[in-house]
Ligand binder design. Structure first.
Ligand SMILES: Cc1cc2nc3c(=O)[nH]c(=O)nc-3n(C[C@H](O)[C@H](O)[C@H](O)COP(=O)(O)OP(=O)(O)OC[C@H]3O[C@@H](n4cnc5c(N)ncnc54)[C@H](O)[C@@H]3O)c2cc1C
Ligand SMILES: NC(=O)c1ccc[n+]([C@@H]2O[C@H](COP(=O)([O-])OP(=O)(O)OC[C@H]3O[C@@H](n4cnc5c(N)ncnc54)[C@H](OP(=O)(O)O)[C@@H]3O)[C@@H](O)[C@H]2O)c1
Length: 409
């Protein structure tokens, strides 16, 4: 395999004579079966199954925490009535500052009001959008049109695009700054000490921008949500203790909305240490997937659902269509080296714009550029709009690619 120039030896889906051996465990009987397959598609999810549980220093406090600790995944898995019963009349602390954390905080605040305020421990606040308002309704025009993408350096772009992105960089900075100022004003972020360190563009480029539940800041204002910013926390008998405070946060229940270890889950699925290493070369790299679907050095295998997009489900769907074309033999892959060069370019792009969260592998702000590549591979027209103005200035979204599956090629 090491000597191959092309994926699987021929640059096609079913190039080699090799087969995957898949060991399946029946969790009820504990019996295992081994199946063989010519091609494997991994759709094991990135935000499920393997929660990220923060590692805390042991024995920091003399007595262990009296209450219950659970991950947001366990909470989401509960029946609605059981979950409501669990949080009712409890002092709850939530760790995290992203979508799961803010959704949960509002749920707890609605259940318990100011009598038992919900405390959030936020390590880094993020730019979360209100569900309505100027920025939310014009986000597409500002960031997700072809013109908006001209402001960014894109992987594999020619010199003209590079020049344009450089010349237009003050405009790129200005739009991001405008978004920040607007959100600071609209949500009174300064008052609550929740102005993020990173730029709006950085959060958007690492798919870290979500929609706030409608009444989140109303709950903060009325005191049914209390936010504590801290880089670390420890457990004491009464609850978690954050840096800089001398008393623990009294809690009955701590919910860790601390995300998932999607990369570890993908790595764990392989028995071969060689493939494990290919998928997780180092903490300083992304998982290198060509077209965000196949690994250049792992033949006859595809991954759907790892790299995040503008909206996850439609992004995964267009990748599925690309994969069908590959399986049908309609796409001839370039050499392994060329694919590696391409994945390296995407990695540099993610590092450039996604900052310290580049490992989230997000193609959010270059969604059109990325989809153009998939469309060209599939021999479909990447220009999805009618008319020049619409093509350059209208936001692109999932609906623009809806007819792709039915197009002749
Ligand atoms: C609370 C929450 C809300 C979300 N809401 C949205 C939303 O509104 N819109 C959106 O686009 N995204 C949302 N997401 C992100 C969401 O995870 C994905 O968009 C969507 O679920 C991805 O689908 P998937 O099939 O790739 O993965 P999943 O839905 O995670 O499915 C993975 C499947 O693989 C199975 N599996 C895993 N490992 C193995 C194994 N070793 N062997 C066999 N089977 C295995 C799992 O059991 C599971 O059935 C949300 C995530 C969370 C946590
Ligand atoms: N309704 C919806 O659409 C919906 C609802 C929930 C989730 N989702 C999606 O599901 C995915 C996962 O979202 P998520 O919110 O569960 O996870 P996430 O986006 O990965 O966020 C994890 C949060 O935990 C924090 N964190 C991680 N380790 C920590 C530690 N040791 N100490 C303190 N904080 C720590 C992170 O802080 P830092 O920022 O400091 O790293 C971050 O705020 C996302 O794609 C999201 O959009 C969607």
């Amino acid at each position: 395999m090491k000597a191959w120039d092309l994926w699987g030896g021929t640059g096609t889906a079913f190039g080699s004579k090799g087969k995957w051996h898949i060991t399946v465990l029946d969790t009820e009987t504990n019996a295992t079966e081994v199946h063989q397959a010519e091609f494997v598609i991994l759709c094991i999810g990135r935000f499920s199954g393997l929660p990220n549980i923060p590692e805390l220093p042991p024995n920091y406090c003399s007595k262990v925490f009296d209450g219950k600790v659970m991950h947001s995944m366990e909470y989401s898995d509960m029946e609605k009535s059981a979950a409501a019963e669990l949080i009712k009349g409890k002092q709850i602390t939530i760790v995290g500052s992203q979508k799961s954390a803010v959704d949960l905080a509002v749920e707890c605040a609605e259940a318990n009001g100011v009598k038992y305020p919900c405390v959030m421990i936020q390590r880094n606040p993020h730019w979360l959008l209100p569900s309505n308002g100027f920025l939310t309704s014009h986000l597409g025009h500002l960031y997700f049109s072809r013109f908006a993408e001209l402001l960014l350096h894109k992987p594999g772009q020619n010199i003209l695009y590079q020049l344009l992105a450089t010349v237009l960089s003050p405009l790129r900075w200005g739009i991001s700054k405008f978004s920040e100022i607007y959100l600071q004003w609209r949500l009174s972020l300064k008052k609550y000490g929740l102005v993020p360190r990173q730029s709006f563009l950085e959060d958007l480029s690492s798919c870290q921008i979500g929609i706030l539940p409608d009444n989140f800041y109303d709950k903060v204002e009325e005191g049914s949500i209390i936010i504590k910013r801290s880089q670390s926390f420890h457990f004491c008998k009464e609850g978690p203790m954050v840096g800089g405070e001398d008393k623990p946060i009294s809690s009955d229940l701590v919910i860790l909305a601390t995300g998932y270890k999607g990369d570890q889950k993908l790595k764990n699925i392989f028995r071969s240490s060689v493939f494990q290493k290919y998928l997780a070369p180092s903490p300083a790299s992304t998982i290198p997937l060509y077209r965000q679907v196949i690994h250049p050095r792992i033949p006859q295998l595809a991954v759907i659902g790892y790299t995040e997009g503008l909206a996850n489900l439609p992004s995964f769907e267009i990748r599925c269509q690309w994969l069908v074309h590959l399986l049908d033999g309609n796409i001839k892959l370039p050499s392994i080296r060329a694919m590696e060069k391409d994945t390296a370019r995407w990695e540099s792009h993610m590092k450039r714009y996604g900052g310290r969260n580049f490992r989230r592998s997000c193609v959010g702000t270059t969604n059109i550029w990325y989809n153009d590549q998939l469309c060209k591979d599939m021999n479909c027209n990447p220009r999805r709009k009618k008319g020049f103005l619409a093509e350059w200035f209208q936001p692109y979204g999932a609906a623009d690619y809806a007819e792709l599956a039915h197009q002749k090629h």
